[in-house]
Structure formats: structure tokens, C-alpha cells
Design a binder for this molecule. Sequence first.
Ligand code: DAH
Length: 342
Amino acid sequence: MVKRIEKLIAEVSAFTADNVQQLEEFRVKLLGKKGDLSLLFEEFKQVEGEAKRELGQKINVLKSRAQARINELREALDSRQVGAAALDPSRPGTADYVGTRHPLSVVRSEILDIFKRLGFAVAEGPEVEDDRHVFAALNFPPEHPARDMQDTFFIDPQPADNPALLRTHTSSIQVRVMERQQPPIRIVCPGRVFRNEAISARAHCMFHQVEGLYVDRNVSFADLKQTLLYFAREMFGAGVEIRLRPSYFPFTEPSAELDVSCSICGGKGCNICKGTGWTEVGGCGMVHPNVFESCHIDSAKYSGFAFGMGVERMAMLKYQVRDLRSYFDNDVRFLRQFAAAV
Ligand code: DAH
């Protein structure tokens, strides 16, 4: 019996398998229910006395060598398979993820493109601004609440006559352009703005706006209305309507809020428009004569309209984004959804 076991041990060490099937046959022959080892164990039961110890040890050696050899051969076969697949030159390649444009960039260019088609040029200005360009020249009285520390991020140290601050709106750019250029002026001004607000799903301390300004002789409120209607239809679809609600801004008179009929429910009322059928997208109005005077433009000769809209708001309506924070979290699972929006 010892001889048989030793022969089997030698067989195990010498065994090689070309494929999984051969290996499996070998395993069944040795370790299977009716395999060599079971038979040996059966015989072993009958053995008596001193010989039993030695035999038992031998059988155990055979069993562990057989298991080790089988595992070793299986791993070798597996890795050979993986190796072969990796080398297969006919397999199709895996495409790398190349990134997408941010939804805010997509919507920003869409807005700008619409106005460019109407002959508007793009103008930009600094994010770190001063009181004159953000407030004073835009006809904000000195005690106006928008200058309050709660809304505006001021920058230290403060020049007392013209404090440095982060712009709270892109209307500051219209002042910069009017300071250096006489009418006709036709510009759209995109940019990031900052307000000291608690961050939530509906508010953020940083967001984006596009400001528009049109100054020439005989510019009227009808021109403003027609421009905004054209914009809304290009942006949200030919079927949308606009609504101008009387409002107040220091830098325009008259002033209005711009509503667009809800493009999600077609104006019937849904949870995006809170059942009203309308969604607010920005403010607008006729440039206040005081603003022209601060920029040395003759308000008797020229008139103009201005508007300002929120890019996040536009993107929310277009893509039904429900939480403002998702724009800035930069979670790729959110961003990848805009892969098709180029
Ligand atoms: N600057 C305003 C804001 O941030 C938006 C705005 C309203 C801009 C009316 C305009 C305008 O040019 O005419 O809330």
C-alpha cells in the first residue's frame, strides 16, 4: 500500500494539464468520490497497529500535494487564458472617457450665441470690483440695502470713498463699457457673481449671470420686449410666450421682471413653475437717465434697454436640475449626463 501511495505522489508531481478538462479529469480520478484517495482511505480503515500511523501520514501528504498541484495548474491555465485574451489584436478597443462641457458653459454659450445673432458683442469685466461700478454709477442711493454687508462680500483694506468688493451682479460691466464707449452700444456680458447667502438647493454664494445692454437713438420698450421674446423662443422653443411684470431696479425706469411660459408643462402648471405656468428668468428695463449721466452719455440724445438673467436658472429650466449645488459639486456622474449637450 505504501508503494502505491508513493507512486501516486510521484504521478501528482509529474502531472501537467494542457487544458481545464484534463485537469478536471485528473482531479476526479484522485480526489473524486470514488477516486484513488477515497479508496485508500477505505483500505486504511482496515489497517491495524503501528503501520496505521505511517500510512495515515503518507495518505495526508498525497492529499495535500494533489490539492496543491491542482490549484497550481488551475491558476496557470487561468492566467494563460487572460494572457491570450489581452493579446487578441482583433478585440474592439475600449474608448477613454474624454470629459464633457459643464452644463453652465453649455447654457452660457447658448445664450450668448442667440444674442450674437442679433448683433450683440460680448463684453467682460472684473470679478473684484468697486462700489462705483457695482452700485454708485448704477443709481443705487448710498443707503440702499443691497450695499449691506449681508449681501456683498467686501474686500479689506477698504478705500473709504470707493470700497473694493466682489461684484454682486454683472450690471457692473455695462458701466465699464459705457465709460469707455459712446453709443451705439449693443453688448451681452457674461460672468460670475457673488452674494453673501447661505448655500442651499435654491441659493448659492456664487452664480452666473448674463447682462445685456442696448443703447442708441430712439431705443424703446417695444425693442426690449421684442428682443426678449426672440431670445425666449430661440432658447426654449417657438411656442413659448413672455410676460413682463412691473418691478423696481435702481438702474432702470421703468423696470420689469421677465417671465417665460413654462417650457416643461407648456404653461398648464407643473411643479417646476409651481402651478403658475410661468417661470421667472431675469430682470429688465429702460436704462435710467442717472446711469447715462454717471457714464457721460447724453440721456437727452440716447435711450437704451438693459436686462440681466441667471445662467443657473436657465440651465435648471432647460435640464430640470433641482439642486443648485450640483453645478459646483463637480460629481462626474452629474456632469456626464451632459455629454450630448455640446
Ligand atoms: N442686476 C440685476 C440682478 O442682479 C438683474 C438686472 C435687472 C439687470 C434689470 C438688468 C436689469 O440689466 O435691467 O438682480
